[in-house]
Design a protein around this ligand. Structure first.
Ligand SMILES: CC(C)(COP(=O)(O)OP(=O)(O)OC[C@H]1O[C@@H](n2cnc3c(N)ncnc32)[C@H](O[C@H]2O[C@H](COP(=O)(O)OP(=O)(O)OP(=O)(O)O)[C@@H](O)[C@H]2O)[C@@H]1O)[C@@H](O)C(=O)NCCC(=O)NCCS
Ligand code: ADE
Length: 286
């Protein structure tokens, strides 16, 4: 069962930062190991990826602990203002550089650094207010502020957002992580309540995100047909009762075959699942 993090006003900034950094890192590792995940790296295979392995994902996650620690420490009891936005942006870019150094230049967790980094900051800003929706709203406030030092360079995500006129990673954060708050967390709780095992409940939470997210990784690799196939396939698994049921497992195998045929990987949904696991472990219920 997931550990509840006993965060309280009694923790020093350093103690809180250490706990948040460890919890964020573990959430990334748990996401990477979770199986079966269609198209993604998991404990069975590298999914649709040629340049990723589970070992690389775990190494990448571990390289990010100091970044999450620094984000928490610098955000401790601070308001969401331009100064904090710039600090968070600088630390996030340092994290991206650490990740690239740890993986030999492979992008394993860029989207995760963004989502998890903002949520780690948001917890540390107000550690006495730990309702998931409130944490996500604080993260959104930082994400909406401009970062004058952000380099203007090409990204596949920004290209997909423009080409398909859909929200991407930036917009997900700016709108308060609706796919975590309205899809993944409720599904996680629902599946647990229905008696699913912890890993089945986590896969169901991933699928709940995959039913609706405009995942720019899927769009970049397979365009709109691949995205629509993912939405429908993930919904079909949940309609059959999720991973807990025989029919759900069968439909998941079908979704996986479809995604591999499309060369599609829901990297954005995976990042949001990791962020969901983090929030599930540090927040208090609404
Ligand atoms: C705001 C940034 C996230 C930059 O965003 P942008 O869209 O411009 O850039 P991308 O570099 O494309 O990164 C976006 C990543 O976000 C994930 N994602 C995709 N869709 C969504 C969505 N709808 N909602 C949320 N998250 C989403 C996804 O990350 C995962 O996929 C990565 C692998 O992607 P890619 O390199 O395309 O890989 P492949 O398909 O495998 O490539 P090939 O093999 O085909 O070559 C992986 O990293 C996952 O994490 C998107 O990739 C943000 O980065 C930013 O502005 N940062 C600046 C620093 C900052 O301000 N930080 C503050 C907080 S710490
Ligand atoms: N498990 C995973 N496989 C591929 N890309 C990812 N991005 C984040 N988690 C991932």
């Amino acid at each position: 069962m997931p550990q509840t993090l006993p965060i309280g006003a009694v923790l020093t900034a350093q103690e809180l930062a250490e706990r948040l950094a460890d919890t964020a890192t573990q959430a990334l590792i748990d996401e990477a190991r979770l199986s079966p995940k269609p198209g993604l790296v998991d404990s069975r295979s590298s999914g649709a990826h040629q340049d990723l392995t589970l070992d690389l994902m775990v190494r990448s996650a571990r390289s990010l602990t100091p970044t999450f620690y620094a984000l928490a420490l610098h955000s401790w009891q601070r308001p969401a203002d331009i100064a904090l936005r710039q600090e968070v942006g600088r630390l996030g870019r340092t994290g991206e550089a650490r990740m690239m150094a740890a993986t030999g230049g492979v992008n394993t967790h860029r989207g995760a650094i963004w989502a998890m980094g903002l949520l780690v900051s948001a917890v540390a800003m107000q550690p006495e207010n730990l309702m998931p929706q409130h944490i996500a709203q604080r993260a959104a406030k930082i994400a909406k502020l401009p970062d004058a030092f952000s380099p203007k360079k090409f990204s596949k995500g920004a290209h997909a957002v423009q080409r398909y006129q859909v929200p991407g990673a930036r917009e997900e954060a700016q709108s308060g992580f609706p796919h975590i708050i309205d899809c993944a967390l409720p599904q996680l709780h629902h599946s647990r309540t229905r008696g699913a095992s912890e890993s089945e409940a986590q896969v169901d939470a991933l699928l709940a995100v995959m039913t609706r997210l405009s995942d720019t990784c899927v769009l970049s690799r397979g365009g709109l047909p691949a995205l629509e196939a993912m939405h429908q396939g993930a919904q079909a698994v949940l309609d059959a009762g999720g991973l807990q049921t025989r029919a759900g497992k069968q439909r998941l195998r079908h979704l996986e075959q479809q995604m591999l045929a499309d060369n599609a990987s829901p990297g954005g949904a995976a990042d949001l699942l990791a962020a969901t696991l983090f929030l599930d472990r540090v927040s208090v219920p609404d």
